[in-house]
Ligand binder design. Sequence first.
Ligand SMILES: *Cc1c(COP(=O)(O)O)cnc(C)c1O
Length: 454
Amino acid sequence: MPVKTIIEPFRIKSVEPIRSTTREEREQLLEAAGYNLFAIPAEAIVIDLLTDSGTAAMSTAQWAALVRGDESYAGSPSFTRFRESVEAIFGFRHVIPTHQGRAAERILFSVMCKPGDVVPNNTHFDTTRANCEFVGAEALDLPIPEAAEPGRVLPFKGNMDVERLERLIAEKGAKRVPLVMLTITNNSGGGQPVSLGNMRAVRAVCRKHGIPLYLDACRFAENAYFIKLREAGYAAKSPREIAREMFSLADGCTMSAKKDGMANIGGFLCTNDDSLAQQEKNLLILTEGFPTYGGLAGRDLEAIAVGLNEALEEDYLHYRIVSTGYLGEHIARAGVPIVQPPGGHAIYIDARSFLPHVPPEEFPGQALAVELFLEGGIRSCEIGTLMLGQHAKMDLVRLAIPRRVYTQSHIDYVVEIILEVFGRREKIGGVALTYEAPFLRHFTARFRRLGGAA
Ligand SMILES: *Cc1c(COP(=O)(O)O)cnc(C)c1O
């Protein structure tokens, strides 16, 4: 009999204390923060599920690599190790380091797009959309229609709607589509993977019209593992082989090393196009730095070089996907409505179904996020009417799991707190804005509570 218990495939060498707080303290903290979890000091959080970005615990191998970081301005051997590590997995001709993913996006769109262009994506991440729109191009989301149904279970719910892509290109003309992007996994769409079959179909459409295909590769390793688990013909392949196959279909990628780079900062831009690479490096020098460091310290490049390989280790990926699913399944089993199936890096609670008596204009996602903090000091993130305004199709609360940081007992605690809040959901009221900034209001908004729970 194979052993059924899945253990964290690491042991802990260095620890950070978690300070617990009383309900009264949390009530005061919330009041002082205007019921905005971004304004709560991190040391007052019990379990921080705000984001999986830059929050990973580094390995002993990464810390060791950090120490040999070479801080030469040009030609650092740390860059050579970084480039070799990226090349071995991603396989693109040019590797351009950046301080994080959005810097790669800004450079890519500045070089490839002009006003009036259209960039299709399965779903643009918010920084991707903002950088695309900043250069005057239109950022278009073309997810498969089932992606909008939270309860619908599909193996590859992150896929792009290929027919809509064809129609879009026919309508706008290929000249107005400078590139097509696929976000793997689809973060804004619930952390759902894209299949290799879908990538090939999108690739074929792009080829036919001479349009380059780029991957937003932030969670490439998690996507590769979902393919191994769910796509016919890939069960015997290693995540690395699958990743190589994914990238072989693309002309380039943007990457945030704060996700599957297992690093606390960093990113890169890749391309196979020599002339684009030259323009991109020129822009890089202008704002990020020389092409052998791109805004990063040599030690950061070392940490990423090691982290990319660790993210592809099968026992790590197994633990990662299973432990995220564990949280989703345990709350869903008790009736908590979540985006199905569980994503790779996060669980998304459907706050509109959780609090059906709270209308979208009273921010059910924010109200629920506030309750999770009040009940157990858990910090989550609203993705709904507060963050997206009128465009929000759903009101979700994202519980993003930092890599290698929390153990199963931490997650059991999170499950218990969520179920506690679920049990008293009928008494929970909405919230009303008392302050909002003109843009990206979710970061600094302040609220008051509308009746409901005591
Ligand atoms: C995080 C993220 C980005 C941006 O990366 P940063 O490192 O935060 O700038 C882009 N796309 C996706 C899908 C992301 O998750």
